[in-house]
Design a protein around this ligand. Structure first.
Ligand SMILES: [Zn+2]
Length: 310
């Protein structure tokens, strides 16, 4: 969609919103027992919102599960859906730049809480060789249990603000999730503390927050925004590094294409005649292989331990 087409869509959205606003003036008064309407940008935030909100919230998600998040763009109906929210939750840090550019200016008029879950997090720059054009921050916070816990806490506080009558309900559920994520962080710290290898080779360099906290490095075929093409020299350089370091493991999110990983795998195997393992490292942008967000986080730890020789 180009700017002009989007402008036309926006005018339509604004008219619909104005009509909805007028209708709500004559609708019945608010009912205290009504659930909080929560709209999230993508799956991990919806998962956390459901864990904390339980029966008091209805949660929906704009970006379909397991879509490539960086290149997604909202439609007019997505903007309408966001505007219906009591609490609108997004990742931020440049993951969904269209939220700040296209959605918030429109939905800001109607009362709601708008939560950027990474607002209080110390964000890292993306790597310089990655073509990331949204301020250069690394947005992949949710992959780390340590940072996911902070995002979840922000969601909990937003629910208490939006629905103070149920604060103790949210408080109990948050306490459970809080200890689960802290325990997960402890296990990552413990099991990755002394590994044989210290580099993971991946498709999309989305694992920097994991790498920083748990003491390894990532090297990727694709940059931080995952929507570019690798050059043959990138593949050759990565193959050099794998052979130099004696690492014969690649990591891949099975939800996404494995063409580049297969190219790199063949390159290393052709040179060394040593077979290269491909292990799963989930980006957790949707349920995958019957696993939810937390289960994928657990699977990631097992595979990291295996791949790094823990
Ligand atoms: Zn990404």
């Amino acid at each position: 969609m180009n700017g002009k087409q989007f402008g036309v869509v926006l005018i339509g959205v604004v008219i619909v919103l104005a009509t909805l606003g007028a209708a709500s003036l004559v609708a019945s008064p608010a009912d205290d027992s009504i659930e909080l309407k929560v709209v999230t940008s993508f799956y991990p935030l919806a998962y956390l919102a459901e864990r904390i909100g339980g029966e008091n919230v209805t949660v929906s998600t704009l970006i379909p599960y397991n879509m490539e998040v960086h290149s997604w763009y909202p439609s007019a109906s997505d903007i309408l859906q966001a505007d219906m929210a009591d609490v609108f939750i997004y990742n931020g840090a440049g993951l969904e730049p269209w939220i700040e550019n296209e959605i918030i200016p429109i939905i800001d008029d109607n009362p709601k809480i708008i939560l950027e879950t990474t607002a209080e997090i110390n964000l890292e720059e993306g790597h310089e060789d990655d073509h990331h054009d949204h301020g250069g921050l690394d947005p992949h916070t949710w992959i780390s249990p340590f940072l996911a816990r902070k995002q979840a806490e922000a969601i909990y506080l937003a629910f208490v603000e939006a629905d103070g009558a149920n604060a103790s309900y949210y408080g109990q559920r948050w306490a459970n999730l809080d200890s689960l994520l802290q325990e997960m962080d402890d296990r990552y710290l413990d099991r990755l503390a002394s590994t044989q290898f210290h580099t993971i080779f991946v498709t999309h360099t989305a694992y920097n927050y994991l790498a920083e906290r748990y003491g390894f490095e990532q090297e990727g075929v694709l940059g931080i925004s995952a929507n570019e093409q690798p050059s043959p020299s990138t593949i050759a350089d990565l193959a050099d590094r794998m052979v130099d370091e004696g690492i014969y493991t690649l990591f891949l999110d099975p939800v996404f294409s494995d063409d580049y990983i297969q190219t790199l795998k063949s390159e290393v195997e052709d040179r060394t005649l040593i077979s290269v393992d491909v292990l799963k490292l989930y980006l957790m942008t949707g349920p995958a292989e019957s696993m939810d967000y937390i289960e994928q986080m657990e699977a990631n730890l097992e595979n990291l331990v295996q791949g790094l020789g823990g």
